[in-house]
Structures are given as C-alpha cells and as structure tokens.
Design a binder for this molecule. Structure first.
Ligand code: FAD
Length: 694
C-alpha cells in the first residue's frame, strides 16, 4: 500500500468542518441503528468472503449468467438467515450492498410479496402464509407485468376463470403478449407468485385481481404442471437476480387462493366486492416510498467513489498549466461543482425521503381507521417523489461515473453496477413520465375546482392562495411579477421557497389554462388530445410542484433537527442552499429556464445566485470526503477498486487487474491467451505468410 493517496484523503478528513460520526448517526437515525447495521453488514460480508478489500470481488471474474445468479441467490440466502438468526429486518428494503431489495433473489419476497399478503390477504390467508414467507419456507414474487403491458394495468391479458364444478380458478396465458415478463426472482428463485389476472366469472370480466399461485414444487423445486418459466437473460443491471418469464396453460388453483381482503368469490361464483381500495393504495405507496428512501443511498455510493478518487487523482498543472506539481482533479471547478452539487442532491434526497416516510406512516394509520380523505394527495406525493428521486439519483450517479474518467467506465470501479441498478428505478413501480402525468392530473383537478368556486384539500393550500394572482388568461397575470430579493437574500429559505413557489404556480395555472382553452375553443379538441398536445408542459408543471414541495420538506426537516445534531446545522444549511440555488444555475441542465423565462428572476439576480453558489462551493470544499464518508459504506459494499476508504486506488486497481482470471490463465502460459492465439491469431498469421509467399 502506498501512503501518498491515504495522506491526501486524510488531509481532507482532518480539515472537514463537522464530526463525521455524528453525521453518520444523523443519516442512519441514531447510534444504535449505526451499530446494528454495521454489525449485520459485517457478518454478511464475512459469510460471503468479501471482507478483504485487496481480493478481487467475484463479480469481476469470469462469471457467466448462471454464476451471477448463483452468487445473487447465495447472498440473498445469507441475508435472510442473518435476519432470522439475529431477529432484525435490516435487509427487507435494501440489500447488504444498498441495492433496492428487488435486486436480491429472496429479498423480493420480503419487499413486495410479503406486503401483498399483508394488505391484500384476508386475516385467515395472512395467518397461514405470512409466517412461511418470513421464515423463508416459501419464497415469492409479484407477477404483474406482461410482454404486452406494463404501464397500463387494465390491459393485462392473463385470465383467472372461475370453474364452478371444481370450485377452482383456471389461470391461463391466452396470447404471446400475455406472458408474464420481468417479475424479479420469477425465473428460478420463487416458489410462489402473487399473479395479477383478469377475473372472469360466467363470461363476465371483473377486472384485475391478485391470486396467490404456487409455481414450483417445494419438494424438488420443479415447475408445477401447466407452468412454463425461466430467466429473461442478461439485463442492463440487476443481473444477480432472476427476473423471469412465466406462461400458464390452464393452470388450476383453489378458489381460496384469490387474495380476498377487498373482493371475494363465494362458492358457486358470487362476486362480493368490499369496495375497499385501502390495500392497493397501501402497497403502492409503501413501495414508492421505499424507492424514494433507497435511491439517495445509491447516489451517495457513487459519490463516495467519485469523491475519494477525485482527491487522490492528480492530473495537469493547474488551470493555467503553470503550477509546478499536478493538482487533484477536485480542484478543477467543473469537477468541484459537479461533485458538491451532486452530494447536495444526495442529502436533499435523504431529507425528502425522511419527510415522505413520516407522511406515509401517518397515512397508513389513517387507512387502518377507514379514513381515505388523504388518498388522492398521498398518491400524488408518492408518485411525484418517486419520479423526482429516481431521476435525480440515476442521472447523478451516471455523472459520478463520468467524473472518474476512463476508470469510471471499468466494472471494477463499482460505478457501472451502481448506475445500471439505479437506471431501473425510473421504469419500475410506475414509469416516471406516466407518474408525472398522474401528479399533474391532481393539480389540474384542483385548478378546475377553484375555477368553479369549489374548495381544494388543505394540503394544496398554496394553490388556492395563488389562484387569484395566477389563474387568468394563460397565467398571464403572473407575468409582471418580479422577485425583489438581491445579494445574500438568496440564502434565506423563505426567499428560495418564494421563487420555487412562483415557478410552480405559474406553470400549473398556465398549463391548466392551455388545456382548458383547447377543449373549449371554437374548434374544440377532446380533453385527451389536449392533454397529449401539452404533455411536456404538464411534466414541467408537475416537476415544478414536486421541487417546490420537496424544498419545503427539506427545510421542515432542517428546522426540526434534534438538539443532539445541532452541530451539523451549519454544513447542512450550506448543502441545502447549494442544492436549492444550483438547481437554477446548473449549466448542465435546462431546468433553470422555467425560473427565469417569465422575467421573475432577472439577469443580475441570476448572477447573485451564481456568486453565492460559488461561495458555498468554497466553504464545502474540504467537507467533500467527510460528507460521503458519513454514509458509512463499507469497502465491500462499494466493490470499487478506486473508491476504497484508504484511497489507495492505483495499487488496488492494479492488484485486482492482476487477479483477473483471464490474466492469471494467460500468465500460466507465459502471457499468451491460448484460445485466441491457437484458434484465431496463429491461423491468421499463418494465412498471411502463405499469402505473402504467393
Ligand atoms: C429492473 C426491473 C424490475 C422489474 N420488476 C418487476 C416485478 O417484480 N414485477 C413486475 O410485474 N414487473 C416488473 N418490472 C416491469 C416494470 O414494472 C415495467 O417495465 C414498467 O411498469 C414499465 O412498463 P412497460 O415496460 O410496459 O413500459 P411502457 O409502458 O411500454 O413504456 C415505454 C415508453 O412508453 C411511454 N409511455 C407508456 N405509456 C404512456 C403514457 N400513458 N403517457 C406517456 N408515455 C407513455 C413511457 O414513458 C416509456 O417511455 C420490472 C422492470 C425492471 C426494469
């Protein structure tokens, strides 16, 4: 190990402005959580043989598809066992290496299959099945998506037809497009699924319902008769899990296998609806909030690697090429800006996620009391934050990868796996562009209510307050409004919230006005066409609303920070100021246009904001390493040759490179890669010699 990089990285650590351990406790929710989590991760890493950071992690060897899956299934087994042996649920939502739980073969069982039973099953069904899932006696997944339909659930084609004689359902895949395709752990790791299928009784379709379906024998794990299934192959990411396909050929299950908390089929075929959507809402909201809470960790993983590497890597002789020694790349302003604004986003995601979790918990209690009054609002909040957080973190992690230059493109940097994993999140559990529309649909309804003199929910009060100012004539009445702040005013959260609020109101009312105009003009178009025509404005407005309420959530969290973390206020304030201001002036995105396009913020105000962002970057420079250390990722969980805690990137990368099986095998043959030499290169050379003679 060489000392130089460790010294460089430690210099940052000793110059940071806050206590890293205290920040870890803040991030993880207290010292006890930190201790328990560290102990569990250490046990799992040891059991998987990952605890020596100088040893090449197995995934960088020559793993084929089968070996990747085996490694993933084994890791999942170890996590499940650790939870059972030590009585905790730390891996229910995230794996030991912080991937969302659906990336682990049996974790899928806990993150989605289990909640389906908790919220969709009757008490009797739940009592029978839940203990089996918790202990691992059965493993399950959630089979909704089909080849032909993912987003549009009503379009699913799998059928569950009631057979009165046998008192059973016949589950069937009538077309190629109805093949279940994508569910995690479906290929080989699950014994059961919750299958979403169209319920048919006496030729009448009752819509999509959930059926607990055993798909494999618990004796020999063979697929049951009438079932064809398997893995869907290599994916962009998520390769340690067996996302699978499944076809049903008139497969029979008992009538009691329909999860019947909110609808039941009685013996003889009578359909009884309890009209209770609680269950569906609860699961969807919970899963989305898990994503919102999970993805900032993945962004922070990518940034931990990129920050450590940017401190130890030196390249070039300074901005003018005039310095005598090469400088750490973090000193280049573009690197400095990108890393710190991304770190700010990871903390923004953490705080928004925390706020959301609290809101979801309150809502779930309301639901258990039969109070649905908040359902529309909570649906919007979870959909919007899921779309916001998944995009922010996926894009951010990819930039973190680019921040490491060529090395970031190496699998052994750990970054491609983090990035590709994150890039699944904008797609599953509600495709983001579809979710943005759901957010706006709710906002649009609010504006229609106000137009007709009605009232809107209290949680949307800012829209009611802005109604007079912003609503008339395509939002034109807001055009003359100007922000009056200048200079250091922009560091005031109230000022920041005021221009996020302005932008959101303006876009919501202007977009609503455009849709209304198109549906009521002389040549009216249908509402659906108007919607489609203005979809990009719709997405802009929905985003602006979520970014405004997200910033409110961030400042609400900061103002309620417990006393024991008061010492962190300064650095967190700086970070959140940087997050809020750099969203407007970031030269790499066009998101800032909507803050200024109507003249609300002037050129000189934007310059003030740029100056303040610059000042914040300077204040946070030496905090960069500590801000990422504080997330407390072990070396094994990062699986990065260039991002280990000691900063010894070059030595470790070269060591791992030498351990690559392809190099080890070649070295046994004096550095010759025999199959390439014997099979291709040698015959080619021989051919060239013959040609040359001719
Ligand atoms: C890693 C991963 C894990 C998954 N795990 C599971 C699982 O466990 N169980 C399961 O059932 N499924 C799973 N899925 C499937 C996933 O839920 C679907 O892929 C997702 O719902 C998107 O649906 P789709 O593939 O049909 O995309 P499509 O809906 O076909 O989307 C394609 C494009 O069309 C656009 N589009 C579609 N509809 C609209 C619209 N109304 N307005 C505007 N644009 C639109 C989208 O924005 C997108 O750009 C998983 C997927 C991934 C990637």
């Amino acid at each position: 190990m060489s000392n130089q990089p460790t010294q460089a990285i430690n210099e940052f650590r000793s110059n940071s402005s806050f206590d890293t351990d205290l920040m870890t406790c803040f991030i993880r929710g207290g010292p006890e959580n930190v201790r328990n989590h560290r102990a569990a991760v250490t046990r799992v890493e040891k059991a998987l043989g990952l605890d020596d950071s100088w040893k090449l992690p197995p995934q960088y060897g020559e793993q084929n598809r089968s070996e990747q899956l085996l490694q993933g299934i084994n890791a999942s087994r170890v996590m499940l066992r650790d939870q059972n042996d030590h009585g905790h649920e730390l891996f229910h939502h995230r794996t030991y290496n912080y991937q969302l739980a659906n990336a682990g073969a049996f974790n899928q069982s806990l993150v989605i299959f289990l909640p389906c039973l908790q919220y969709l099953a009757s008490p009797e069904q739940a009592a029978e099945w839940i203990p089996k899932v918790r202990s691992g006696a059965i493993t399950g997944t959630y089979a909704q998506t089909e080849l032909g339909h993912g987003t549009f659930v009503r379009g699913l084609e799998t059928t569950a037809t009631y057979d009165r004689e046998a008192d059973e359902f016949i589950i069937h895949s009538p077309t190629t497009a109805s093949t279940k395709f994508w569910p995690g752990s479906l290929g080989f790791a699950s014994s059961h699924t919750v299958t979403m299928a169209q319920l048919q009784i006496d030729g009448k379709n009752h819509g999509v319902h959930a059926f607990l379906t055993q798909i494999r024998s618990l004796e020999d794990w063979k697929p049951l008769g009438g079932i064809e299934l398997g893995d869907i192959g290599l994916k962009f990411g998520y390769n340690a899990v067996d996302n699978g396909y499944l076809r049903f050929n008139h497969f029979r299950i008992p009538r009691t296998a329909m999860l019947d908390r909110h609808a039941q089929v009685l013996p003889g075929g009578k359909y009884v609806s309890r009209g209770d959507l609680t269950a569906m809402y609860a699961i969807m909201l919970k899963l989305r909030s898990i994503i919102v809470n999970g993805v900032p960790y993945n962004l922070a993983q990518a940034l931990t690697i990129a920050t450590r590497y940017s401190v130890i890597r030196t390249q070039g002789l300074g901005p003018n090429g005039l310095l005598a020694i090469e400088i750490p790349i973090l000193q280049y302003k573009s690197q400095h800006f990108r890393i710190l604004t991304l770190i700010a986003k990871s903390y923004a995601g953490l705080l928004v996620g925390r706020n959301l979790e609290a809101e979801v918990s309150v809502y779930l209690v309301q639901l258990t009391k039969g109070d649905h009054s908040n359902s529309g609002y909570m649906h919007v909040v979870c959909a919007g934050y899921k779309a916001w957080a998944s995009q922010l973190c996926a894009d951010g992690a990819d930039d973190a990868r680019r921040l490491c230059g060529g090395q970031g493109y190496l699998a052994m940097s750990g970054l491609p796996d983090i990035v590709t994993h994150l890039h699944g999140t904008p797609t599953f559990e509600g495709e983001n562009y579809v979710l943005w529309q759901q957010v706006f649909r709710y906002l649009f309804k609010c504006t229609q209510q106000l137009d007709s003199g009605g009232r809107i929910p209290k949680s949307m009060r800012y829209i009611a307050d802005g109604f007079q100012e912003y609503s008339s004539g395509n939002g034109r009445s807001s055009i003359g409004l100007k922000c009056t702040a200048h200079g250091r005013d922009f560091l005031d959260p109230i000022v920041q919230l005021s221009f996020y609020r302005h932008r959101s109101l303006r876009l919501i009312f202007a977009t609503s006005a455009k849709i209304n105009r198109d549906t009521t003009d002389k040549e009216p178009t249908t509402a659906a066409n108007a919607w489609n025509r203005h979809m990009m404005s719709i997405i802009d407005a929905a985003r602006a609303h979520i970014e405004y309420t997200g910033l409110e959530a961030i400042y609400a969290q900061l103002s309620a920070i417990p006393d024991e973390y008061a010492m962190l206020r300064l650095v967190l304030d700086r970070l959140m100021n940087l997050y809020s201001l750099s969203t407007i002036i970031n030269p790499y995105t066009t998101a800032g246009i909507t803050f200024a396009e109507d003249g609300y913020l002037s050129f000189s105000q934007l310059e003030d904001i740029r100056g303040l962002a610059d000042e914040l970057l300077g204040q946070l420079y030496f905090d960069a390493v500590a801000l990422t250390d504080a997330w407390d990722f072990s070396d094994a969980s990062l699986a990065s040759a260039i991002g280990c805690y000691d900063g010894d990137a070059y030595e470790r990368l070269l060591s791992w490179t030498r351990q690559l099986p392809i190099n080890m095998k070649a070295n046994k043959n004096d550095g010759v890669f025999v199959p390439a030499w014997r099979g291709i290169i040698q015959p080619m050379m021989d051919g060239l010699k013959v040609e040359a003679k001719l």
